[in-house]
Design a binder for this molecule. Structure first.
Ligand SMILES: [Zn+2]
Length: 311
């Protein structure tokens, strides 16, 4: 039997044995069943990093969560004596994607049963054009599904506005939440007309505008309008602008997954409660450690961290 405190093998998931110390002073491990050798940071976002872990995490939070360009983040960090180049900062967010998925898989956000969906135009590429010297702008569409408490359920960075793109975003939302909502609220865009069908017949599609309308829901009624997702887009828009759009759709989609994760994680004291459950102090050091701990947690069951809501 391998000691329980050792990390699991990243290749086959079996327990591991200690296997000496690397030149840089990191504990190394070996897997007795498949023979893989790895160090203590394998499977964490910090694997093979030279920079201090806390600095990487800080840079990533600043760059992902706030409407700052990578150059501005570089500048801010410099004020605190932390050295990181804009290029490095741009590459770090995707390191946190798998860990973010694991955290969200375990500490599930309890989404409400009223969802809002809308797409945001995102500059993507430029097509050669005779009229414009720099080329004609091409767009991608960041489709976001929000619940009625402004948690991001899911998003999809689509290359075009189509029914299939809307379906992909809503499919992701259903998989993330584990259920189909009672209402999906959208604007008049044609992609949702048949796109919402993917959630099944029980889900009601409502086309709403700026002014709210009342719809019967359960024993009462809900007031549905587009304001909530418009409000969300007003925080997303400056972020998109600061990045000057997305060059690569796949990487852009990965970036927005981490963006969604941070959006949900830092809301309503959720991070504090997650750290509290693991008996970690709410600090940068604590958050840095969280990404070690989630690697070693079994993903099997979800822990509830949401406060009980009345009604
Ligand atoms: Zn193994």
């Amino acid at each position: 039997m391998s000691p329980k405190s050792n990390p699991k093998c990243p290749a086959c998931g079996a327990g591991s044995w200690k296997n000496g110390v690397s030149r840089t002073g990191r504990q190394r491990y070996v897997c007795p069943s498949c023979g893989k050798k790895f160090d203590e940071r394998a499977g964490t976002p910090y694997h093979w990093l030279h920079k201090p872990e806390r600095d990487v995490l800080m840079a990533t939070v600043l760059y992902v969560k706030y409407p700052l360009s990578s150059y501005q983040v570089e500048e801010i960090l410099e004020l605190f004596g932390i050295e990181a180049s804009a290029r490095q900062i741009e590459r770090w967010p995707k390191r946190f994607g798998p860990a973010a998925r694991r955290i969200l898989g375990r500490y599930k956000v309890r989404f409400s049963k009223v969802w809002h969906v809308d797409e945001k135009f995102t500059p993507h590429d430029r097509a050669p054009s005779e009229k414009y010297k720099r080329g004609r702008r091409k767009w991608a569409y960041q489709i976001t599904v929000l619940d009625s408490r402004s948690n991001v359920v899911a998003s999809y960075l689509a290359p075009e506005r189509s029914t299939e793109a809307a379906r992909e975003a809503l499919r992701r939302a259903r998989d993330a939440a584990g259920f189909s909502p009672d209402f999906v609220v959208s604007d008049d865009c044609f992609i949702y007309d048949r796109g919402v069908n993917v959630l099944g017949r029980r889900t009601r599609h409502v086309r709403a505008h700026f002014e709210g309308k009342l719809y019967p829901h359960g024993k009462g009624a809900v007031l549905l309008s587009n304001n909530r997702i418009e409000r969300y887009h007003s925080t997303l828009a400056p972020k998109v602008r600061s990045m000057r759009g997305v060059k690569n759709l796949e990487l852009g989609d990965q970036f927005f997954q981490v963006y969604n994760f941070m959006h949900n994680l830092f809301r309503k004291g959720r991070l504090k409660r997650i750290l509290g459950r693991l008996s970690i102090m709410p600090s940068w050091e604590g958050l840095t450690r969280l990404f070690y701990l989630v690697r070693d947690l079994s993903p099997g069951f979800a822990v509830r961290t949401e406060r009980r809501r009345d009604g």
